[in-house]
Design a protein around this ligand. Structure first.
Ligand code: SUG
Length: 434
């Protein structure tokens, strides 16, 4: 079994509209000018880095934005331009939602239970409804179409549509899989938020993953009772800005890399884990050393923890974690200590980080056998040559900058559409296939 990371390519409409309540980076950069071309190149740079480390790499495509069809559901009518113009004039916030490139954060695209864990021995993927945030709730239809195409072979994969919107589901960002190796039947840990929390300045931090949604996914995927557990997120973590659990913890095979305050009842989580996975290694950042606030500002735990071909593990960290000396010093101690984490790799994904999306947010993990790997639609799998082709399209077609007032410009609407169409063309997708 190998784990493939499917990264979301940053779309041409990437901008800072401050749409995500409870996401401190998104709120504090609201109104700034974005750099979509640089953002997409940074994301592609991370994908190339994974390839260079000898890891397989997949790609999910940006969604069609601005989404005039979604605005039609809200009563706007006429041609696409007429719909977008009317939305901009009558309710610009709606156009901002229809413009978001948020599908880049593919950790939120779906929850994935690999074949060893499920009752029917297939890999199950459940598309997330992302219903807590208006702009993210737009994504699931196109995500479903894309995943059904990529994982079409029903011998190996089952792709489920999103849950009903009343059950907030944020996909793999609130999910961890721990076992002796990718190939072993593992413990799937679903982390949910119990209720919205108030911050110290009175701000509201919604709990985006509901317990009932996690339980529904475990049922759908056919997980045995002993092979999954539902655990509440620490309220203090939510109130400090951990709007998804993957901002404060990440797992890979037998290693849990976590902040001390990630979970409501940490002792219980560790006990369950140790009982189910005797070889589990828990690497915990003590709050006295790394405050929650520092962890969330640097996205230290939103790193990718991956197994390298030689068997060692590497942390793929954001530049922001490198720049905070307290964080870096602790990480050097982690690497020197007796645990499987043996290497630190730093990537620059600053444009995504400014909207609260670090290295781990930008990827969806799918662990597959050799046969299942071969059954994935190859247009969603990357090699250096495909990266070169994608890079040329980004350099030619992606807007350099988007300022808040640009969202009302027809030229930008057309440019975003044609940039995406050029990408699909280069990757061999027919118009309307996605
Ligand atoms: O849902 N940001 C995303 C970031 C998602 C991060 N994903 C994980 N942690 N896995 C979100 O809050 C900002 C959009 C804006 O403000 O325009 C945004 O949607």
């Amino acid at each position: 079994m190998r784990e493939i990371n499917f990264d979301g390519l940053v779309g041409p409409s990437h901008n800072y509209a401050g749409l995500s309540l409870g996401n401190i980076a998104s709120a504090s950069n609201a109104g700034a000018t974005s750099a979509p071309r640089m953002a997409a190149l940074q994301g592609l740079g991370k994908m190339r880095r994974m390839l260079a480390l000898g890891l397989p790499q997949g790609l999910l495509l940006p969604q069609d934005r601005p989404d005039a069809d979604w605005l039609r559901k809200l009563g706007f009518s006429g041609s696409d331009d007429a719909v977008l113009r009317a939305a901009w004039e009558q309710d610009p916030a709606l156009l901002r939602n229809a413009f978001s490139a948020s599908s880049m954060w593919t950790a939120n695209a779906a929850t994935v239970s690999p074949a060893p864990d499920t009752a029917d021995g297939r890999c199950h993927l459940s598309v997330a409804n992302l219903s807590t945030m208006l702009h993210r709730g737009i994504e699931h239809d196109q995500t479903f179409r894309q995943l059904r195409l990529a994982f079409a072979d029903a011998r190996f994969f089952a792709v489920h549509p999103a849950l009903p919107p009343g059950l907030g589901d944020e996909g793999a960002a609130n999910f961890m899989r721990l076992g002796e190796s990718h190939a072993e039947r593992s413990l799937e840990v679903f982390v949910y938020g119990e209720r919205a929390v108030q911050g110290s300045a009175g701000q509201v931090f919604p709990a985006r993953q509901h317990r009932a949604a996690s339980a529904a996914i475990a049922r759908r995927h056919g997980l045995a009772a002993a092979d999954h557990t539902l655990v509440p997120q620490g309220e203090i973590a939510i109130a400090t800005g951990a709007f998804h659990n993957d901002v404060v913890a990440v797992a890979n095979e037998n290693v849990l890399f976590t902040h001390e305050q990630a979970f409501a009842d940490r002792d219980l989580v560790y006990r369950v884990l140790r009982r189910r996975v005797p070889g589990a290694v828990i690497v915990e950042a003590p709050a006295a050393r790394i405050s929650l606030d520092l962890a969330i500002r640097t996205y230290l735990f939103n790193s990718q923890l991956v197994t390298l071909p030689g068997g060692d593990m590497a942390l793929i960290l954001p530049q922001e974690a490198r720049e905070a000396s307290a964080v870096w010093e602790w990480l050097e101690e982690v690497v020197a200590a007796d645990n499987p984490i043996g290497r630190l790799e730093v990537v620059d994904v600053r444009e995504s980080m400014r909207n609260g999306g670090g290295p781990a947010c930008l990827r969806l993990r799918v662990a597959v056998s050799r046969e299942a790997h071969a059954a994935i639609d190859p247009r969603f799998l990357l090699d250096e040559r495909a990266c070169d082709r994608i890079e040329a399209v980004i350099a030619r077609e992606w807007p350099e900058n988007i300022a808040p007032e640009d969202l009302g410009e027809p030229d930008l609407w057309h440019r975003c559409r044609s940039a995406r169409a050029a990408l699909l063309d280069v990757l061999g997708f027919a118009a309307g296939e996605l």
